[in-house]
Design a protein around this ligand. Structure first.
Ligand SMILES: O=C(O)c1ccccc1NCC(=O)[C@H](O)[C@H](O)COP(=O)(O)O
Length: 269
C-alpha cells in the first residue's frame, strides 16, 4: 500500500510542478500570517495528554469511515471541544481528503493545523504552508535520510513545525542520524498489515530522549488507551477514526480527553 501511495505521490508532484513552481508557491507562503505554534500547543496544554484531532473521511484500512462528512463542521467541533491541534488529511486518492479542506479550515478555525499527507518533495512542503498548514508530517518509512533532512529543513525555513513519524527503532535511529527532531510521532499502525498495537509506542519510546515530545498515533479509542500511552511516556495522541465514528464529535473529544483545565473526565494527572 505504501509503495502504491508513493508512486501516486510522484505523479502528483509532477503534475503540481507542471501547474506551478516552488518560487510562486513561496511567494504565496510568505504572504501568509506566521504559523500558529503547533508543537507549543501540544506541549503547553493543561491537559495531561494533548490531542491532535483528525479530519478523516476514509482510509485504506477501513474504507469509508464517515459518509456524512463536512470538514469545516468537524474542525469547528474540534475547536469547540478545545482540541489542542487539528490534523487534516489532504490526500484525495486513498483518504478522500482535499487540499481545499485545509485552506477552508485555516480560514475559519484558529487551532494549529497539520497537513496530513505523504510528502516526498519540497514543492509539497511549500504548498502546505501556502494552504495554511502550521506543521507537516514526514513519514520515515517512505523517505531516504537525505530526503528527510532536506524536507525537514524546508519546513523549518518556513517557520513550520514538523511531526516525524516512525514505526520502529530502525526508523527512529535513522531520524536521529539525519535530523534533530522536536516532535516525534510513533505510529501504532503497521502500514504493511494495518494492524494497530499500542505496545509499539512503549517499545519505540524506550530508546528516545525523555525530553522529546512524543505523539502516539493511530488505534486510540478509549480512556484506557489514553492511560496506556501516557504511562509509556507520550505527551500527545493523534486520533482520527474514533472521533469520526461518533455522531457528536465535540462530545467525543471531551469524553476521551477531558475538559481543558477541569479533569473531571478523560485521563487524570
Ligand atoms: O489509516 C490508515 O488506514 C492508513 C493506511 C496507510 C497509511 C496511513 C494510514 N493512516 C494515517 C494515520 O496515521 C492515521 O490517520 C492517524 O494516525 C489516525 O489514526 P486512527 O485514529 O486510527 O484513525
Amino acid at each position: 500500500m505504501l509503495h502504491k501511495i508513493v508512486e501516486k505521490k510522484k505523479e502528483e508532484v509532477q503534475q503540481l510542478k507542471g501547474k506551478t513552481s516552488i518560487a510562486s508557491l513561496l511567494t504565496e507562503a510568505k504572504d501568509m500570517e506566521k504559523p500558529r505554534g503547533f508543537r507549543q500547543a501540544l506541549e503547553q496544554s493543561t491537559r495531561p495528554v494533548s490531542v491532535i484531532a483528525e479530519v478523516k473521511k476514509a482510509s485504506p484500512s477501513k474504507g469509508m469511515i464517515r459518509s456524512d462528512f463536512d470538514p469545516l463542521e468537524i474542525a469547528s467541533a474540534y475547536q469547540a471541544a478545545q482540541a489542542e491541534c487539528i490534523s487534516v488529511l489532504t490526500d484525495e486518492s486513498f483518504f478522500q481528503g482535499h487540499l481545499s479542506y485545509l485552506q477552508n479550515i485555516h480560514t475559519s478555525v484558529q487551532l494549529p493545523l497539520l497537513r496530513k499527507d505523504f510528502l516526498i518533495d519540497e514543492i509539497q512542503v511549500v504548498e502546505a504552508r501556502s494552504a495554511g498548514a502550521d506543521c507537516i508530517l514526514l513519514i520515515a518509512a517512505i523517505l531516504e535520510g537525505e530526503q528527510l533532512r532536506a524536507l525537514y529543513q524546508a519546513a523549518e525555513d518556513l517557520g513550520m513545525d514538523v511531526l516525524i513519524e516512525v514505526h520502529d527503532r530502525h526508523e527512529s535511529d535513522m531520524v536521529f542520524r539525519y535530523t534533530d527532531p522536536k516532535l516525534l510521532g510513533i505510529n501504532n499502525r503497521n502500514l504493511r498489515t494495518f494492524e494497530t498495537d499500542l505496545a509499539v509506542t512503549r517499545e519505540v519510546i524506550a530508546d528516545l530522549p525523555s525530553t522529546l515530545t512524543v505523539v502516539s498515533e493511530s488505534g486510540i479509542s478509549s480512556i484506557h488507551d489514553i492511560e496506556n500511552v501516557k504511562q509509556s511516556g507520550a505527551r500527545a495522541v493523534l486520533v482520527g477514526e474514533h472521533f469520526m465514528r461518533q455522531q457528536n464529535v465535540e462530545q467525543a473529544v471531551i469524553s476521551l480527553m477531558g475538559q481543558r483545565g477541569n479533569h473531571t473526565s478523560g485521563v487524570s494527572l
